[in-house]
Design a protein. Structure first.
Length: 336
């Protein structure tokens, strides 16, 4: 079954890629823009494009001659779109914030969420920096499979191209989602949810005036955007709800961390910080961790002990499974 599924992903990617390359060459534009046009094309009954020659239109029609979206599962669409975005990043040399959260990391975050919310019949999730919504939709499918819950999902994204990719991806996966095309730091009227999850962009937020309303803003100069997004996220979590953030491993070792810790005092519990394997990152400075926060209220308490540690290599299946078992024990014995 796995071979067949992988074959379907490659089959779909081949269709999307050939269409994208044809449009890219015909219009002399980026692979990413051409891919966005492709996703629009496959959702439309209209096969006409005034900017394409008759010859190119015929070629495009031939590419889609045997294409039927119903032949592909939602996960197949997600993974094929993921492959195309990865190609766009390489071909167009796109900035770092377009990088996708690898499925290996998304699966680990989804596993932790499933363990905490294993007895829930309903679950709402928000990603305040959703990018192309790959992490959000990967977790959506994982929770459906692992604990039988179809979450209500919402996401916010400011970048035009990433938002368009997210909207198309969600549509093609037939997922009902509430998506906001806005700058999160301008305090979007997003829903309050059971859990927030996000692979946070790292760096400085450029508009100081927007950051002033945040307790985590810097006293001098620009504020860290990942601090602001953590604060925004936890403000949109219900009492006792959780935040799961992909952050720099050195999050609490910078001078700016004092503001973050001060804001957390008394209302946000630091429940876990799990470093991801070093092998996944170019250097030690780029290493990331999964930060687990919990809002005070609804019976929540500061867990003792806090879950600290580093995942073993994902290649060492025995050690990796053992570490997941330790997380299970911590969730059930100490956290919940």
């Amino acid at each position: 079954m796995r071979v067949l599924a992988q074959g379907k992903i490659e089959q779909l990617f081949d269709i999307l890629n050939r269409s994208t390359e044809l449009i890219q060459k015909a219009k002399d534009q980026s692979y990413l823009d051409s891919f966005i046009e492709t996703l629009g094309f496959i959702q439309s009954d209209d096969e006409e494009d005034d900017e394409l020659t008759e010859v190119d239109t015929k070629k495009l029609t031939n590419i889609y001659a045997d294409f039927n979206p119903d032949d592909f599962t939602a996960e197949t669409f997600r993974k094929a779109i993921q492959m195309a975005v990865l190609k766009a990043i390489r071909v167009d040399t796109i900035q770092a914030n377009y990088q996708l959260t690898p499925d290996t990391i998304a699966n680990v975050i989804g596993y932790i969420i499933a363990g905490i919310f294993h007895d829930r019949k309903e679950l709402s999730i928000l990603d305040p920096a959703m990018g192309t919504a790959n992490l959000l939709t990967a977790i959506y499918h994982q929770l459906q499979t692992s604990i039988g819950v179809t979450p209500t999902i919402s996401g916010i994204e400011n970048d035009d191209a990433m938002f368009e990719l997210a909207a198309d991806s969600v549509e093609l996966q037939k997922i009902h989602a509430e998506l906001f095309h806005e700058d999160t730091i301008q305090n979007v009227l997003a829903p309050v949810v059971d859990a927030v999850v996000s692979d946070l962009p790292i760096g400085y937020y450029p508009i100081d005036a927007n950051a002033k309303g945040f307790a985590t803003h810097s006293e001098t100069g620009h504020s860290y955007v990942h601090h602001l997004l953590i604060e925004f996220g936890m403000k949109h979590v219900l009492p006792g709800g959780f935040g799961f953030f992909l952050v720099p491993s050195q999050l609490f070792q910078t001078s700016e961390a004092k503001q973050l810790l001060k804001w957390m005092q008394g209302k946000i519990y630091l429940q876990g910080l799990l470093n991801l394997p070093k092998e996944l990152f170019a250097n030690a400075a780029a290493q990331k961790a999964i930060l687990i926060l919990q809002n005070a209220g609804d019976g929540a308490k500061q867990v003792d002990p806090v879950m600290l540690g580093e995942f073993p290599s994902f290649k060492d299946q025995q050690a990796f499974t053992k570490f997941l078992t330790e997380i299970d024990d911590w969730e059930q014995t100490d956290l919940l």
